[in-house]
Design a protein around this ligand. Structure first.
Ligand code: HEC
Length: 182
């Protein structure tokens, strides 16, 4: 809900909205009955407190949306797990160890000499890069593609996408959830 005059947005929750409107109504009635100061105080207090729950709800909503987009980019587009998740003996991804690092399961054709070829892909969760690198460092790595050694693809994501991927990786506890440190 938007009040154009005051430029405030109200909480999405119906309960909060109901009480907010009751207080606004009460404030207006008080003002009409001549209790101007009492009415003003009620209105100011209501507007001040009524906008706060929404402010935090919006920040949380935005963060949730960012993580959801990161989830999509990591798991449906970039398919980071193909290299960063360990595999079971039958070659399937071991989803219990999602993005917690893995030895590289393929090797270059003997005729191709890479300057640098990494034999393992690191843990990307809170127990690995997402916990140890700053947000800025991860975003830079994913948006510039600089310093990615084969077979890590040199992703050149937009800043928004790199931020979403970073937010998603930071939301994964990795081995920290079991209380196991690297
Ligand atoms: C084809 C395999 C492959 C895929 C797919 C892949 N990676 Fe990697 N990644 C690697 C390897 C191997 C390394 C180690 C080499 C290196 O550090 O550059 C690595 C390293 C990294 C590092 C650490 C870089 C460093 O300098 O320590 C990050 C962060 C990373 N990958 C993120 C991702 C993300 C996010 C995705 C998906 C969007 C992804 N990777 C997809 C293979 C892969």
């Amino acid at each position: 809900m938007h009040l154009p005059l005051c430029g405030v947005r109200l909480s999405k929750s119906h309960g909060a909205r109901f009480f907010f409107l009751c207080f606004v109504f009460w404030g207006c009635v008080a003002m009409r009955r001549g209790k101007l100061i009492f009415g003003c105080i009620t209105l100011i207090f209501t507007l001040a407190t009524g906008t706060n729950p929404h402010a935090s709800a919006t920040a949380q909503d935005k963060q949730d949306a960012l993580i959801k987009r990161g989830d999509y980019l990591v798991n449906n587009v970039g398919r980071c797990a193909e290299c960063h998740t360990a595999r079971k003996a039958n070659g399937e991804l071991d989803n219990a160890k999602h993005l917690q690092g893995s030895p590289t399961w393929f090797a270059p054709n003997p005729g191709i000499k890479f300057k640098k070829w990494d034999k393992s892909a690191p843990d990307l969760t809170q127990s690995g890069r997402a916990g140890k690198w700053t947000e800025e460092r991860l975003v830079k790595f994913l948006s510039t593609g600089e310093q990615a050694n084969a077979p890590m693809p040199a992703y050149k994501m937009t800043l928004e996408d790199a931020q979403a991927v970073t937010a998603y990786l930071r939301s994964l506890p990795g081995t920290k959830k079991k209380g196991v440190e690297e």
